[in-house]
Design a protein around this ligand. Sequence first.
Ligand code: CO8
Length: 263
Amino acid sequence: MGYENIVFEVQSGIGVLTINRPRALNALNPQTFYEMSVLLERVREDARVRVLVLTGAGEKAFVAGADIKVFPSMTPLQGRQFAEKGQRVFSLMEELPIPVIACVNGFALGGGFEAALACDFIYASETARFGFPEVTLGLVPGFGGTQRLPRLIGRARAKELCMSAEMIDARRALEMGLVARVFPADRLFEETMKMAGVLTSRGPNALRSLKRVIDRGADGTFQTGCALEAEAFGNCFGSRDMKEGVSAFLEKRLPVFRGSLSD
Ligand code: CO8
């Protein structure tokens, strides 16, 4: 399938998914969500892709939100369906068995901020801006933001951001723990790819288990999370990753992981 609104490239095990509507600041319309869902299903089955990087085309925006131009014709039912579609696509991305890094190179507003929050962590340029402007449009966030944001920074700060619709810069986002690292704009992509490269050298099964334990654990009690962790830890002992990683350490060499999620 040819894509109109996204670009996907794989280099050395790293898949780069670029939202490519720079003239609309990469706003997410139904076609873009459709293309993302097709692509993400493919990535899930593609053993070549060990890490996914999500970014936006151009220098101004990561993603400036859902495409506001599709809103005027929507009924309440269509609005709900659009929100559910976006939620499904972002959950698909969040639940990929590989690490997903958001490379935020400009405005990450509304649905764009929500896309970044569905990634495992965010690297941002000094020029990045984050915010939920929905209330200025008489809307609430609809693609999982009201749920992911408070889990990450706490309910009070999440409410402050969403209620005020205030835009924050990358430094403030870093202080709040929203962003893992901030780089000058001209180094962001290179630094993101460098970290993605590091992740491709780690045991893929261990990364998948780690991601699942942290994400599922965060939704339950401490005890449930610890039970998940113990189960995952035990399962590692049956994996080729663990045999290779431990052998490599004992033999004083670097591990070479097979890159398969099947064992
Ligand atoms: N949707 C559609 N087009 C957009 C969007 C958007 N979200 N953002 C920017 N654009 C377009 C502009 O219309 C403009 O196009 P044109 O030249 O054809 O008029 C082009 O991008 C460039 O934008 P500006 O001229 O506005 O650029 P500025 O540098 O002046 O401003 C801003 C940049 C501050 C980012 C400004 O464009 C802006 O405020 N954009 C809207 C941001 C916003 O409100 N985002 C939230 C949208 S709502 C949302 O995401 C809810 C998700 C859940 C929905 C649930 C479904 C029902």
